[in-house]
Design a protein around this ligand. Structure first.
Ligand SMILES: C[S@@+](CC[C@H](N)C(=O)[O-])C[C@H]1O[C@@H](n2cnc3c(N)ncnc32)[C@H](O)[C@@H]1O
Length: 220
């Protein structure tokens, strides 16, 4: 993992302690320069996740991209939505906790429905009306220190239809200091999820690495 100066925006983002108000304030400020800042560090997660969505569609979903419904969780300014649209998926919805980020995502034109103020750390994320709706739920750059606890994964599975897919990145530092793996094992034991494969220690941002996880929601 690379070491970053304390005033680096990525370093500040990693220290938000999962506090909803601090996250909204922080991304409220960062929204303006976020795209340029992460581009300058070759942020790869959105494109890798979009490529994995394409692989999932080709390998397992048995229907055309035009018929696939996707939800991009923690969509931020819309980088994953743009990558998913470029990968040929026309139906992408998104949500985020930070209204400043979804306001930017709106401008990309990549999303159908966009929701703000959705907290993946909340017991009830307020997404009940969309449960069981999506063929693929993506989540890029959100399972990272200071953002979302491993338990947030259950909200992504709730959005997927049975037999649908959940694709997430976990930053290396997060994986090493959270019990994400333990939570995945718990979901597998409960018969709620099946881990199809991971892309381990892959490009993420700058010198930092991430694992990418492709899950299927059970029952199929
Ligand atoms: C590093 S950005 C990634 C944004 C986008 N997915 C991308 O790849 O560019 C992390 C995003 O997670 C959102 N986020 C952080 N904590 C969250 C939470 N508890 N619930 C929902 N979204 C959250 C932030 O507002 C921010 O937009």
């Amino acid at each position: 993992m690379s070491s970053r100066p304390p005033d680096d925006p990525v370093a500040k983002a990693l220290a938000l302690d999962g506090d909803a108000d601090r996250i909204k304030d922080f991304y409220g400020d960062w929204a303006r320069s976020y795209d340029d800042d992460v581009a300058s560090e070759d942020y790869r997660a959105p494109e890798i996740i979009a490529s994995l969505a394409r692989l999932v569609q080709l390998s397992w979903l048995g229907k055309a991209r035009a018929d696939i419904r996707l939800m991009d969780a923690g969509c931020g300014t819309g980088l994953a939505g743009i990558a998913l649209r470029s990968a040929g998926f026309p139906h992408v919805d998104g949500f985020d906790i930070a209204p400043a980020m979804t306001a930017k995502a709106e401008k990309t034109g990549a999303y159908g429905r966009l929701l703000a103020e959705i907290d993946l750390n909340a017991d009830d994320a307020g997404l009940g009306a969309l449960h069981g709706t999506y063929d693929i739920v993506t989540c890029a750059g959100v399972f990272t220190l200071g953002h979302v606890a491993p338990e947030g994964l259950r909200h992504l599975f709730a959005l997927s239809r049975d037999g649908g897919f959940v694709i997430v990145s976990t930053r290396e530092s997060y994986l090493n200091s959270s019990d994400f793996r333990g939570y995945v094992r718990q979901m597998e034991r409960a018969g709620e999820a099946s881990l199809i494969f991971t892309l381990p220690y892959a490009s993420y941002v700058g010198d930092d690495r991430a694992d990418y996880w492709v899950f299927r929601k059970l029952p199929i």
